[in-house]
Design a protein around this ligand. Structure first.
Ligand SMILES: NC(=O)c1ccc[n+]([C@@H]2O[C@H](COP(=O)([O-])OP(=O)(O)OC[C@H]3O[C@@H](n4cnc5c(N)ncnc54)[C@H](O)[C@@H]3O)[C@@H](O)[C@H]2O)c1
Ligand SMILES: O=C(O)C(=O)C[C@]1(C(=O)O)C=C[C@@H](O)C=C1
Length: 368
């Protein structure tokens, strides 16, 4: 597509979307604005955007598509500012905020004037922030939720999806309140729990100095998201307050139940508790297109000698196979470690397996 795209907020998500728009629509001009000028300069330097706009007012004039990708309460301010800007009649405005109900309410003055606003939420991300974390393939295989108003023209939704084609995401339309409930359960609430586990550990670390050093495996898995942007999560919690208050009440009951099982030393019920959770968790569509990003893991049994990781990544680099994550599974106590390498596609994983098999004798598997 040809046209002018303005991205407001050049962080992880805005930057990643700008990259995917540029990939799918090389003839489009992508301009960026960020309240932190340094982020915008960096975005231009990294080739994420073509031009910098000094103000929102100036940037929107020529825009055919405006993507707002700032924390949700900043998005609210930006929507307000857009009300008094000079916009193209045919412009499509979207956002990427993790909440949709409040955003839809705040966009009403624009839609009431006949301006197209379609709320959006790409359901993939990271605990990292800022333009340097942006990735063209961040949204591949992920759900991308759109929350168009009931009166929105199908043609506008189709044009927005065309602009976002390079995300390779799977679009899904939902009413904003349904989105907020679902996102509350599987995204917002887990962030509260992750932060609360970190707080509990920090409090106990005063008494048990060894604790932070012992925190590995399980603790790191469940608390990674506690390293996310505090401003972003403050805003999300405040926007989705009612849903989260309900979920907190439900959680307190859940914890009371676990407490009761332990107080009664109810061996069977404790085992059932974990069994049922495992059954549901194992059945989640991790390797299909789902809310859980599709990462394809390869587990390599490696001997413990210096340089073994760079040896393996070297073989993959020679074959131009890109990896999304690499880590050593820490829970193993034998001499051999397990190197877990994640890939974005099953094709990359298959090629990696073939490549490592031809260069090393190390056993490999897709599951551990
Ligand atoms: N991080 C994730 O995993 C994730 C995933 C999906 C959606 N989201 C949503 O996307 C939005 C952006 O998140 P992110 O992870 O890219 O955050 P980020 O912190 O990486 O980037 C946000 C950028 O917005 C800029 N900004 C803040 N206020 C602004 C304003 N008034 N005008 C212009 N720029 C402004 C900041 O300077 C920053 O560069 C948030 O609404 C978030 O809820 C985040
Ligand atoms: O992977 C992570 O770090 C994320 O937290 C990503 C995550 C999520 O909760 O799944 C965070 C917020 C977004 O709105 C969408 C995705």
């Amino acid at each position: 597509m040809k046209g002018n795209v303005l991205v407001i907020g050049l962080g992880l998500i805005g930057g990643s979307l700008a990259l995917s728009v540029k990939k799918a629509h090389p003839e489009a001009k992508v301009t960026g604005f960020d309240i932190k000028h340094r982020q915008a300069e960096l975005a231009k330097l990294l080739g994420v955007i073509d031009e910098i706009s000094e103000t929102i007012e100036e940037g929107v004039v020529e825009a055919d598509l405006i993507i707002i990708s700032a924390p949700v309460r900043e998005t609210a301010r930006i929507l307000k500012e857009l009300e008094s800007c000079s916009l193209k009649e045919s412009v499509i405005i979207t956002d990427t905020g993790s909440t949709k109900n409040e955003i839809a309410r705040l966009a009403a003055p624009l839609t009431n004037k006949g301006i197209c606003f379609i709320g959006g939420h790409p359901m993939a991300g990271s605990h990292k922030s800022g333009i340097t974390a942006a990735k063209e393939r961040l949204f591949e295989n992920a759900f991308y939720i759109l929350t168009p108003g009931k009166a929105e023209k199908a043609q506008n939704i189709a044009v927005l999806k065309d602009w976002l084609l390079g995300t390779n995401a799977r679009f899904l339309e939902l009413p904003p309140d349904e989105h907020d409930y679902l996102a509350g359960v599987i995204s917002h609430f887990p962030h509260i729990i992750a932060a609360s586990i970190v707080h509990q550990t920090e409090k106990l670390s005063g008494k048990y100095e060894l604790l932070p050093r012992l925190a590995a495996g399980g603790f790191r898995d469940i608390t990674r998201i506690a390293s996310s942007s505090p401003e972003m999560w403050r805003d999300i919690l405040l926007h989705n307050k009612n849903v989260l208050l309900d979920l907190l009440t439900m959680w307190q009951k859940e914890m009371d139940y676990v407490k009761e099982l332990l107080e009664h030393t109810d061996e069977e019920a404790v085992a059932t508790y974990f069994f049922k959770a495992k059954t549901f968790r194992d059945g989640l569509p991790a390797n299909k297109k789902g809310a859980i990003p599709a990462f394809y893991d390869l587990f390599v049994d490696i001997p413990d000698y210096p340089g073994v990781i760079s040896e393996i990544t070297g073989y993959l680099a020679n074959e131009n196979i890109s990896i999304t994550n690499i880590r050593i599974i820490e829970s193993r106590e034998e001499i051999y470690g397990v190197l877990a390498i994640s890939f974005q596609t099953s094709g990359d994983r298959d090629r990696a397996e073939k490549c490592i098999r031809s260069c090393t004798p190390y056993p490999m598997s897709y599951e551990i």
